[in-house]
Design a protein around this ligand. Structure first.
Ligand code: AGP
Length: 613
């Protein structure tokens, strides 16, 4: 997804902008650019490729100026090329704009402006904003902020816009609708960014710009946040301490591997303060604050995308097994476009690492319109979903930089497990004995995760055996079916090997036709309750010369002889097993991707946070 950073202060802007773009690379992009303003002289540079290419491009240019904007572009309208990269400038180069989002009705405005003699250079939607500001200023003889205010009442779509105006060289203007934008307040300097990780090293004071707000930042007069009706809006300054080492690789070759290895810690962090072994209790704040609502709950509806949707699938098994609460799992993108039935005793739970996924946000808005209590399971503090839901729980996994989600998935599962256990016990559907057993099992998770990580070399060896495959099949039953889907997603999104996850019993209804000696089949075989069935599935694959890799419980001798490779995980209650059975699949995908020379942290075409439809 596009990344934005802007600076206004007493330092040279360029190094701060470039450093911020590097920190935003994880969002996924295909080109980058910046504009710097010195007195009234606005200079812009942009190019396709990595931030390092932009860095190289400007190296010989003695760029001066203490005010600037910069952007990494994830193409929506117009292919990745130099012209379509941001910033986009007005014809007189007085206005420079960077944008994250989509202007849905840009074509109609583009044709209006072309008929008035404006010339467009790019195929992007964003360029229309630069020309519209020029046009509105001239046509109505108004200032840049008023022009922006009027334009925003006429454009349709999602945006985080940041604008430089050489007629107002001491000012940065910005506006927000749907796409994230955070304002950082330093000591005599100001920052804007798509998320706090790009500017957390300069300040811990942030204001999250809300939808349909404009911020005017002036070097000497400070800042003003206003509505589209030009009403001043007092904004709350939030203090967030972004640990710099958290957004660095910490000696690992890739963020993804670092984040896989962080899981013993992040699993512990996600549960910290939410259970107690000795005193034998589980208490998640967001649930405790709405216990009356949950006590009369009819149904849980989960809305999410991608890996978070896989979390929701596991949650369905968890809540129905432990708390006996009916659940529905919905792709957020599907939920938002049909007319779902939501009853007053339904609770809608949105699961999202970034808290900015456009489809999930839209599904939540629909749920709120229909009067449901909305609950967010989010990782990024202060993100849009965290701020729009009635209540929720942060997963406390820390910044997840690798595009492929790993620690966020296991942290989400921990929080949802706690919620299911708490509600199950509160509703009298979970015996004290089982309640206490679960608490002990939860407490054992970090150590068990550590034990699995110690098998990394074995995963690397298995990866070397199957890295040349073109297709792969992941099979799992019960709780492990969503884990099979997640394992397949990990493999395909970073190694570009086509991979599918399937309920193991479904194999004979189609996928078995694919099995041959070139098709690795990864089987999640940790559920003792259906072991005989899984052994039959394995035999069916072996009979067709398929390669079988099994994730098994420690000591399960029966399966070891039936498969080509196996990885053992420590014994854990089946309901909690996805939290650790996914770890070998994360490592397997990671090693295969590295062996195939793929860009593990920034896979092609992917974005870390999909803030557009
Ligand atoms: C997962 O590895 C992918 N990066 C992607 O499927 C992701 O889970 C999805 O876009 C949802 O993101 P969210 O959790 O931030 O809403």
């Amino acid at each position: 997804m596009c990344g934005i950073i802007a600076y206004l202060g007493d330092k040279e802007a360029t190094p701060i902008l470039i450093d911020g773009l590097y920190k935003l690379e994880y969002r996924g992009y295909d080109s980058a650019g910046l504009s710097v303003l010195e007195h009234k002289n606005l200079t812009s540079y942009k190019c396709t490729g990595k931030v390092s290419a932009l860095d190289e491009l400007i190296k010989e240019e003695a760029l001066c100026g203490t005010i600037g904007i910069a952007h990494t572009r994830w193409a929506t309208h117009g292919p990745p090329n130099d012209i379509n990269a941001h910033p986009h400038n007005s014809e007189d180069d007085k206005i420079s704009v960077v944008h994250n989002g989509i202007i849905e009705n840009y074509l109609s405005w583009k044709s209006i402006l072309e008929n008035k003699g404006y010339h467009f250079k790019s195929e992007t939607d964003t360029e229309v904003i630069a020309h519209l500001i020029s046009y509105f200023k001239k046509e109505f003889k108004i200032g840049t902020e008023e022009a922006l205010r009027r334009i925003l009442q006429k454009v349709v779509g999602a945006y985080a816009l940041v604008i430089l105006d050489s007629d107002n060289p001491e000012t940065i203007l910005a506006a927000k609708r749907s796409s994230p934008l955070v304002f950082g307040i330093g000591d005599g300097e100001y920052f804007l960014a798509s998320d706090v990780s790009a500017i957390g090293q300069y300040t811990d004071k942030f204001i999250f710009i809300e939808d349909d707000q404009i911020i005017n930042i002036h070097r000497h007069e400070g800042y003003r946040i206003s509505s589209l009706k030009n009403e001043s809006i007092p904004a709350e300054i939030q203090e967030i301490d972004v640990q710099i080492e958290e957004i660095e690789k910490g000696g690992f070759p890739h963020f993804m591997l670092k984040e896989i290895y962080q899981q013993p810690q992040t699993i512990a962090d996600s549960m910290r303060g939410r259970y107690h072994v000795e005193d034998k209790w589980v208490s998640v704040g967001g649930v405790k604050d709405h216990l009356d609502k949950f006590a009369s709950i009819d149904r849980l509806i989960f809305v999410a995308c991608g890996t978070s949707w896989h979390t929701a699938l596991v949650a369905e098994y968890l809540f129905e097994e432990i708390a006996r609460i009916p659940c529905e799992v919905e792709y957020a993108s599907e939920f938002r476009y049909r007319n779902p039935i939501i009853r007053k005793n339904d609770v809608v739970i949105a699961i999202s690492q970034s808290g900015e996924t456009a489809d999930t946000l839209a599904a939540l808005e629909l749920a709120k319109e229909k009067g449901a209590l909305t609950y967010g399971i989010v990782n990024v503090v202060g993100s849009s979903i965290a701020r729009m839901t009635d209540t929720g729980s942060y997963t406390h996994a820390g910044p997840e930089i690798g595009v492929a989600s790993t620690k966020a998935f296991t942290s989400q599962l921990c929080v949802l497990s706690l919620m299911a256990i708490q509600l199950g016990h509160h509703l009298g559907r979970l015996s004290d004995e089982l309640y206490h057993t679960y608490i002990t099992e939860l407490d054992s998770l970090p150590l068990k995760a550590t034990k699995i990580l110690s098998q990394d070399e074995k995963l690397r060896y298995i990866a070397s055996e199957i890295k040349s495959a073109s297709n792969a099949l992941y099979l799992g039953r019960g709780f492990n079916f969503p884990v099979a889907l997640e394992g397949a997603l990990k493999l395909k999104e970073i190694s570009y090997i086509h991979a599918e996850g399937y309920p193991a019993a479904e194999m004979k209804h189609g996928p078995i036709a694919l099995i041959d000696l070139y098709m690795p089949v990864i089987v999640l075989a940790t559920n003792e309750s259906v072991l005989d069935k899984i052994l039959s599935n394995i035999a069916e694959v072996k009979a067709r010369k398929g390669i079988v890799i099994a994730i098994i419980n420690e000591g399960n001798e029966r399966i070891k002889d039936a498969v080509d490779f196996y990885v053992e995980i420590p014994q854990i209650k089946e309901t909690l097993s996805p939290i650790i059975s996914v770890i070998p699949l994360q490592l397997l995908a990671y090693h295969i991707a590295v062996m195939r020379g793929c860009d593990v942290d920034q896979p092609r075409n992917l974005a870390k946070s999909v803030t557009v439809e």
